[in-house]
Ligand binder design. Structure first.
Ligand code: NCD
Ligand code: ZN
Length: 344
């Protein structure tokens, strides 16, 4: 019997870390082989804080796209306490589509992030006026709040006041990980959406501790309990247009993850669409994959849907254990394991 195939409008990745320099040569082709566009996160060292830096970075990414592949990096600005509100109009005119709010210290390369959201109110005002989206890493950073509770606390302490003060601002609650976040988005208006990673749809927090500590399952926001995974899966497969695909694929050299103080971030780009297809198929919701992966994000961002297609095949394929990555190794999540879908 011929294997099941699924052809969908070519998807986009609405939350992606590509890094810089020679790392781009490894990671850009992985994403470009599946996705037409991606929202590129600005948390470089130093961060992408101006339109000029974003355009230079965009060109370095384009230079790493293999000949014959089509890929459009959509650029974002990194918000700091000191960003000049005038930069928003300049960035918008340069084609930058969004700005990212990292609470200072919340995650990898977020030291320059915002220490108090009130400090960037003039910038948010400018974003609301110019129609630039706000992308939020929704976790509080207080050390006295339990790590597993930081997303839920962020909703009450920061997201709710922010939405009240800027009702016209379009906000993406990035990589949500909890039932509270899924429910909050479901009950909110059309100006709030959320991205969902494939690892948060596939795994609960047990994965980090199965048979020993497994650093490749460590990301931020950290994996949560099974009831949260189920709530995210329900949201992703519900047909609600405000949930869409964002891998948060976040490459780190293997030796920096397999470390006494290992980096946060799961590298899922190489087999991202195979993994999402597996998740949706197992949930009996393959018919919802195209809207989730290819329509909802573009619609929310106000961008045209893609016209080309991507075909997936339900057939076993073993993932490579690692890839060369500058002078190190990069280990994908589920590397060396067999996935039940592959690209045609
Ligand atoms: C990301 C990274 O490594 O840049 N890490 C992660 O665990 N997701 C940063 C982020 O998106 O939080
Ligand atoms: Zn991220």
């Amino acid at each position: 019997m011929a294997p099941l195939t699924l052809t969908i409008t070519r998807p986009d990745d609405w939350h992606l870390h590509l890094r810089d320099g020679s790392a781009l040569n490894t990671v850009v082709p992985h994403t470009a082989s599946q996705f037409a566009r991606a929202i590129v996160m600005p948390n470089l060292k130093p961060p992408v804080t101006t339109a000029a830096l974003a355009l230079e970075y965009q060109q370095r990414i384009l230079d790493a796209v293999p000949a014959g592949m089509q890929f459009e990096p959509l650029m974002t600005l990194y918000l700091t306490d000191n960003i000049n509100p005038a930069e928003i109009a300049i960035a918008k005119a340069a084609g930058v589509v969004a700005a990212k709010l990292y609470p200072a210290g919340a995650t990898t390369n977020s030291d320059a992030g915002v220490t108090d959201i009130k400090k960037i109110y003039p910038v948010l005002e400018a974003m609301q006026k110019h129609g630039m989206l706000l992308l939020v890493h929704g976790e509080v950073t207080n050390q006295d709040i339990d790590l597993f509770d930081r997303e839920a606390v962020f909703i009450d302490q920061h997201l709710e006041p922010l939405r009240r003060d800027f009702p016209g601002l379009k906000i993406v609650f990035e990589h949500i990980t909890t039932q509270e976040a899924a429910q909050y988005v479901q009950e909110a208006n059309e100006n709030l959406a959320a991205t969902l990673t494939v690892h948060h749809l596939m795994f609960n927090r047990n994965a980090i501790f199965t048979g020993g500590i497994r650093p490749h399952y460590y990301c931020l926001p950290v994996l949560k309990r099974e009831k949260h995974r189920l709530a995210l899966l329900q949201a992703a497969t519900s047909g609600d247009a405000r949930f869409f695909l964002g891998t948060d694929s976040a490459p780190h050299a293997a030796q920096l993850k397999e470390h006494s103080s290992g980096c946060a971030g799961c590298y899922t780009a190489p087999a991202a669409m195979a993994m999402y297809a597996q998740v949706f198929a197992n949930a009996g919701a393959l018919h919802q994959l195209e809207a989730f992966a290819s329509f909802n994000g573009a619609d929310f961002y106000g961008l045209a849907r893609n016209r080309s297609t991507l075909t997936l095949v339900q057939e076993d394929e073993m993932q490579p254990e690692s890839y060369p990555y500058a002078d190190a190794q990069l280990k994908p999540l589920l590397g060396g394991q067999t996935l039940s879908w592959r690209l045609a």
